[in-house]
Design a protein around this ligand. Sequence first.
Ligand SMILES: [Zn+2]
Length: 224
Amino acid sequence: MKTEKTKAVVIFSGGQDSTTCLYYALETYDEVEAITFAYGQKHSVEIDQSIKICEMEQVKQTIVDISFLNTLVESALTSNGDVNEINEKGLPASFVPNRNQLFITLAHAYAQKINAKVLITGVCQTDYSGYPDCRKDFVDLIQVASNIGSASNIVIETPLMYLTKAQTFEMAQDYDCIDEVIEHSHTCYNGDRTQRHDWGYGCAKCPACELRQKGYEEFISKSV
Ligand SMILES: [Zn+2]
C-alpha cells in the first residue's frame, strides 16, 4: 500500500530550540522545510546561522521579511532598549508583541501552500523567558483558529513545550545533533559569536545566554 509522504514545516530561527526541532523533524518526517522570519532583529547573526544549518542539512529554507512589525511594536530585541529589563506589563523587554502569533499564522499559510500536514515550533513554557505566546494554551487556540479559518487540518507540534533547557540538550543528544546545536545554533540576544563556551557562542551575560548556560550545566551534571 502506498502511503502518502508526510511533510513538515519548521519555524526555524537558528536558535537552540528551533535547531533541535529541525533535527527532530528530519528524523521524524519524510520531507522537511524551514521557514525563517527576519523581523528587524538588532543583528542578523541568528539568521546567518539558520542559513548555515539549512545549507549543511540540505533543507529548503524560506526567509520571510516581516521587519514591518518593527514599525508597529516596541521591543528591546528590535530597538536599543535593555534586554534585561521588565516592561510595564511585567513581561521581559525582549518580548515582541504578537510575534509568535504572526510566525504561526504565516507558517500555517505556507504549510497550506506546500501541503504540509505538520507545523513545528520550538516554543516552550517550562523555564521559558516569560513570553505568554509560548504557552500550550496559546498554541492550541491558534491551531484551532488557523485551521477553522482556512478549512485546513494542520497539526502544530511543540516538541519542547514541557522540556527544561537541560532536557532540550538531552533531546539534541538523543537526535544526534548536540554538536551541531552547540557549534551552530545561536541564542545570544547581543549577537556575540566571538566568545566560545562549552555551551556554544554568546556574551554569557544576556538572559538567553544565561538560560542556555544554566541548561547546559544541568545537562552535563546529569549525564556524568
Ligand atoms: Zn548573550
